[in-house]
Design a binder for this molecule. Sequence first.
Ligand code: ADP
Ligand code: MG
Length: 246
Amino acid sequence: MIKMYGIFKHFQDNEVLKEINMEVANREIVAVLGPSGSGKSTLLRCINGLEEISSGRMDVNGIMVDAAAPKKTRQKNVQAIRLQTGMVFQQFNLYPHKTVIDNVIEALITVKKTPKEKAVQKGETLLKRVGLMDKRNVYPSRLSGGQQQRVAIARALAMEPAIMLFDEPTSALDPELVGEVLSVMRELANEGMTMMIVTHEMKFAREVADRILFMADGRIVEDAAPAQFFSSPQSERAKKFLHQVM
Ligand code: ADP
Ligand code: MG
């Protein structure tokens, strides 16, 4: 589903991703762990084209982006990749002036040109799936953080992405609201969605992920099964990290 070959990303002279090579298979759940500033968000943002890669090439669901390709080709392929990837952020970024259902169907109508009635039907199905059909007509400010994040997940799913990318989806939530968001994500995983999840929820990563990518200083330092990573991390960086968070 995702292949990265020798990806580098720098902001001015700050090298943020250094020779990233990795693959994510269809239906695989990959948790991305690592200290703050290690490049986790940048990695996800490069995959869905929110950031441009500086060098290397990547393939997302069959669409190739090569940093060395002409700008026009790159831009066209990045656009195509955006439609393949749904992204959920720490901050929910819902439109405050739109109701829950209108938030969910916004991109269906503006980007996919889905007829309104069909979009609403689909939006309602997704709201049921995240357990928020009763909030259909309210504005985001009336929802808890956990509910807002579940709306954000429904909104991303509305575009029928092949891959879902989550960047610390529960980090802004009060502790008692984390569980409801994780349980929606767990269901998605069980349904066979391909997912990359940056998270600090170690228990969730251990239980749900098929693989752990551990990042430090812009590199993937470990790429291992959860059981192996958590019980016998290989690098000093990972040992130190686990010691701090567990
Ligand atoms: P993480 O998500 O692991 O905390 P990030 O990918 O957010 O790490 O950041 C990695 C490094 O890249 C940091 O040093 C950060 O300051 C830098 N960085 C991220 N985004 C930008 C940006 N848009 N412009 C300049 N530097 C950035
Ligand atoms: Mg981050």
